[in-house]
Design a protein around this ligand. Structure first.
Ligand code: FES
Ligand code: FES
Length: 153
């Protein structure tokens, strides 16, 4: 089937099978490998992208389901260079292996867009779907709070 996808502000018309996942189109067809695959079953958040501004697991979406929506990947978020949120991740040393980081940044970007000054509890609630096998959770939380202008010593 033919699908037209709006990814990071660019339109792509692709021939895909009707069972092809959005994450595979992003990574394999469009070369946007910043989006990671962890569990491939909606449980880890590594594959998070923004769909019309809302974080979704791209491993659970068919490419065809994204047609007509605006898809933003980590590459789109950082197109103009590192965002203040990404700089806060660096400043707070909020990553170890970095595999979960794109998904963390995608989810936190959506959070800060809707709630510019979240409480620590709101950060944790918003990021609950993003797992970090390195256990960087406290530093990730501090990075999100730093990016919002809070929580920095
Ligand atoms: S790879 Fe999609 S949620 Fe884990
Ligand atoms: S930094 Fe390694 S999984 Fe999160």
């Amino acid at each position: 089937m033919r699908v037209a996808l709006d990814v990071n502000g660019e339109r792509h018309v692709l021939d895909v099978s009707d069972t092809r996942r959005l994450v595979d189109v992003l990574r394999d067809d469009l070369g946007l490998t910043g989006t990671k695959v962890g569990c491939a079953e909606g449980a880890c958040g590594a594959c998070a992208v923004l769909l019309d501004g809302r974080p979704v697991a791209s491993c659970l979406l068919l490419a065809a389901q994204a047609e007509g929506c605006s898809v933003t990947t980590i590459e789109g978020i950082s197109r103009g260079g590192p965002t203040p949120l990404q700089e806060a991740f660096v400043a707070e040393d909020a990553l170890q292996c970095g595999y979960c980081t794109p998904g963390q940044v995608v989810s936190a970007t959506a959070l800060l867009a809707s709630l510019p000054q979240p409480t620590p509890e709101q950060v944790r609630a918003a990021m609950v779907g993003n797992l970090c096998r390195c256990g960087a959770y406290p530093r990730i939380e501090r990075a999100v709070l730093r990016a919002s202008g809070q929580g920095v010593d």
